[in-house]
Design a binder for this molecule. Structure first.
Ligand code: ADP
Ligand code: MG
Length: 259
């Protein structure tokens, strides 16, 4: 049985533009809305999760970069966002250099894990937004996580790269983090007006042997607008279909603890 306390979910898919960051921001915010204590970790040098939660990424003295290279403490990198129950470890373009710098560090697969281990009991959920590649940052997210949540965009090439992703998750599980599991798949940017979206969902269900979240995130322009206002969808437009679907996803994630 997986417990709600201290569940750590890495949101990963090496494809860009599939909804990782949108899911990291809004799943985090909707879990926080349900009064779960949430820590969101931005592991992408693009820093879009950071700015999407209203934080000026270029004005952060300490980020995930300093934290994993041992140049600051967890508390020095931690930001309490303006949203209740929601903390953030920010990121910005500096993180792009970490890949190389980690090469010189012992146990480089575990630098994030070792930092998060100390504080994970302070949170009900820790959500990690991964970069769009299967690099050392993603490996660090997976050695820290208890589960991997994979967003899949409802478009023609949805299955592309998924076998490589599953292979990587299995490899990390075998060699680095035996307790790692698949959280499941969540479909994003579903367009009810096209047959294609439906076909993609059917196709993935047939080809992928993993949990599939019942909640499907629709294409909703409010989800695309919210980040430029520095607000998650439940605050930016609380009644939008985007907000309602991420609330349902959060509830499904919470209910999973009894699986
Ligand atoms: P990733 O982090 O995987 O690269 P993003 O979450 O940044 O993907 O999403 C890529 C783009 O698609 C962004 O511009 C985002 O605003 C937009 N987007 C994501 N999900 C949705 C959605 N459900 N409806 C509309 N636009 C979306
Ligand atoms: Mg992203």
């Amino acid at each position: 049985m997986r417990k709600s306390m201290g569940r750590i979910i890495a949101i990963a898919n090496q494809k860009g533009g599939v909804g990782k960051t949108t899911t990291a921001i809004n799943l985090s915010a909707c879990l926080a809305e349900a009064e779960k204590r949430v820590l969101t970790i931005d592991m992408d040098p693009q820093g879009n999760t950071t700015s999407g939660l209203g934080i000026d990424k270029n004005n952060c003295e300490n980020t995930i970069y300093q934290l994993i290279l041992g140049e600051c403490s967890f508390d020095e990198a931690l930001i309490h966002t303006e949203f209740e129950y929601l903390d953030l470890i920010p990121s910005n373009v500096n993180l792009a250099g970490a890949e190389i710098e980690l090469l010189n560090i012992e146990n480089r697969e575990y630098v994030l894990h070792n930092e998060i281990e100390k504080i994970k009991d302070n949170y009900d959920f820790i959500i990690i937004d991964c970069p769009p590649s299967l690099n050392m940052l993603t490996v660090n997210a997976m050695t820290t996580a208890s589960t991997v949540l994979v967003p899949i965009q409802c478009e023609y090439y949805a299955l592309e790269g998924l076998s490589q992703l599953m292979y990587t998750i299995n490899l990390v599980q075998e060699r680095l983090n035996p307790s790692l599991h698949m959280e499941g798949v969540v479909f994003t940017m579903y367009d009810a007006r096209t047959n294609l979206s439906l076909q993609v969902v059917e196709n993935v269900k047939e080809n992928l042997d993993t949990t599939i979240y019942k909640t499907i995130i629709p294409r909703n322009v409010r989800l695309a607008e919210a980040p430029s206002h520095g607000k998650p969808i439940n605050i930016y437009d609380s009644k939008s279909t985007g907000a309602e679907s991420y609330r349902l996803l959060a509830q499904e994630v919470i209910d999973r603890e009894d699986d």
